[in-house]
Design a protein around this ligand. Structure first.
Ligand SMILES: Nc1ncnc2c1ncn2[C@@H]1O[C@H](COP(=O)(O)OP(=O)(O)O)[C@@H](O)[C@H]1O
Ligand SMILES: [Mg+2]
Length: 208
């Protein structure tokens, strides 16, 4: 199979070849060269390490190889639907959103903050006949380790904002289902309480 560029994003080029994804972080000319090198290297390293750590905790692609000097990660290709393009039209969107919440609960309970929770960073892989679909999380370049309630609340807050922007006709119901799934988190009550505060803070900020 010939290599195919799936995406030339702001951050990285995503290349598909023989069921393997190569995520290559490209040079950014607007950054100072040394700083750019540092950022690309550290995001590549963080992303690979965190995905590896999550391997048995939630559905993430398997890491095949990390090449820090080329700022490249090779990983399993998740053959499925990008949620940002399909969520609005899925019949079982509430169940899928509950799954999103459950996965975030597991992520946070293991001390990982995703840092960029949006439906573009989620892929729905169809199960074989009769099996339910599996939700995969990708794009951990901005992820970090933290047990802080504030960090978890902000992670959810960013997801809420992303839903509001991308799935604006029904984001509230979708987000309620996500919260339902997130009930599985050991810190559910504290995080949601803080999440509401973060929301109020956000509104207050935008008024001045
Ligand atoms: N392992 C993967 N399997 C399938 N598609 C992927 C995979 N990794 C990335 N993609 C596709 O490439 C897009 C961009 O990748 P992502 O890791 O989110 O990079 P960026 O940091 O540029 O957002 C994703 O939205 C998805 O469509
Ligand atoms: Mg992304």
């Amino acid at each position: 199979m010939k290599p195919k560029i799936i995406q030339q994003g702001a951050e990285a080029h995503i290349i598909l070849e023989n069921s393997i994804i190569k995520k290559r972080r490209m040079k950014k000319s607007y950054r100072l060269p040394q700083l750019d090198e540092k950022i690309r290297k550290s995001r590549t390293r963080t992303e690979a390490r965190i995905i590896e750590k999550l391997q048995n905790i939630i559905n993430v692609p398997k890491i095949i190889k990390t090449d820090e000097s080329n700022r490249e990660i090779e990983m399993e290709f998740i053959d499925g639907k990008r949620l940002s393009d399909h969520l609005d039209n899925l019949e079982n969107k509430d169940a899928i959103c509950e799954q999103i919440g459950e996965q975030i609960a597991k992520l946070h309970d293991s001390g990982v903050i995703h840092g960029d929770l949006t439906t573009s960073n989620m892929i729905l892989k169809k199960g074989s006949k009769g099996e339910r679909s599996f939700l995969y999380f990708i794009d951990f370049g901005l992820a970090f380790m933290s047990e802080s309630i504030e960090d978890k609340a902000v992670d959810l807050h960013l997801l809420r904002q992303a839903l509001e922007a991308k799935h604006f006709t029904q984001w509230q119901t979708l987000f309620n289902s996500i919260k339902e799934g997130y009930k599985k988190s050991k810190n559910y009550n504290e995080v949601i309480k803080r999440f509401e505060k973060v929301g109020r803070r956000g509104r207050y900020k935008s008024q001045i």
